[in-house]
Design a protein around this ligand. Structure first.
Ligand code: NAD
Ligand code: ZN
Length: 251
């Protein structure tokens, strides 16, 4: 097994050699910003069945309940979350002309806040609420949630502009993800358990098209050892810091 220093150096070398890297990120990259993942120990899906609180049919039938047990708490956390060194590292890679696009399963808007300009949000955005009647969008942090569910001026219920279970992935996001993935030279996979489709298939598409796949995650995933060329066992923030330090000292 390669030492941590050797893994970091190899990742920095691959990144320094390209102007067309793409990142695929998941809930893990935002954990250091205080936003918990849903899956795994202590996660939301341990306490609730997603089909009973995060399914589109449940939202249509009982929006007050979905706001009460899911949306209100998420809003409380996400309204104040700020990017961590993992997000900032990806923004720095874009500023250096290395990273082109971030494909994310996250709905927290932290990549844009960190400074990445081309972010494909696979699962939509929690930064916005959308009226279920007139489609008007309002910023989540401006929504008053003392009376549930919050409503639009037209009387319609406000809902997160994010993809619920039972809803389709936005087709344009899916199409653009596949295009950028197939064209990239390096794919950086950060903080995703790689079990949710279709995001999980992106690293495979990258690899089949000749890209180097670099994975950063404290735990191995189904990609590890199978699809990933490099697996760096570590947290997003400090690992990105180390890769950038190696990369920028070589310039
Ligand atoms: P996941 O919860 O399935 O997996 C999270 C992964 O992050 C795990 O593999 C874990 O080992 C890893 N991880 C834990 N700590 C880490 C750290 N400090 N640095 C890097 N990696 C770390 O996440 P997923 O694959 O993104 O799927 C969950 C779905 O739930 C997503 O589709 C997303 O829409 C939604 N979600 C979003 C947010 C958010 O917007 N921040 C948060 C929770 C869930
Ligand atoms: Zn409305």
């Amino acid at each position: 097994m390669r030492s941590m220093d050797a893994l970091i150096a190899a990742a920095a070398e691959h990144l320094a050699a390209t102007r067309n890297a793409v990142a695929l990120t998941g809930a893990g990259i935002s954990i250091e910003s205080g936003i918990p993942a849903f899956r795994g120990p202590g996660g939301l899906w341990e306490r609730f069945d997603p089909m009973e609180i995060a399914h589109i049919d449940v939202l249509r039938r009982n929006p007050a309940m979905v706001w009460k047990v899911l949306v209100k708490d998420l809003k409380a956390v996400m309204d104040h979350a700020v990017p961590n060194d993992g997000h900032k590292g990806l923004a720095r890679l874009e500023a250096l002309g290395i990273l082109r696009t971030v494909i994310t399963q996250n709905i927290d808007g932290l990549h844009q806040m960190a400074g990445n300009t081309d972010v494909i949000e696979f699962h939509g955005s929690f930064a916005w609420q959308r009226c279920m009647q007139c489609e008007r969008r309002v910023e989540t942090r401006t929504v008053d949630d003392t009376v549930l569910p919050p409503r639009c001026g037209c009387g319609g219920v406000l809902r997160p502009d994010a993809v619920f279970f039972g809803e389709m992935i936005p087709p344009l996001a899916l199409w653009r993800s596949q295009e950028t993935t197939a064209a990239c030279e390096v794919m950086l996979v950060v903080g995703t358990s790689a079990v949710v489709q279709p995001a999980a298939s992106m690293p495979l598409i990258a690899k089949e098209n000749g890209a180097v796949v670099i994975e950063i995650n404290p735990e191995p995933t189904p990609l590890t050892g199978a699809v990933s060329d490099l697996f760096i066992p570590g947290r997003a923030g400090e690992t990105m810091n180390r890769i950038l330090a190696a990369l920028e000292s070589d310039r």
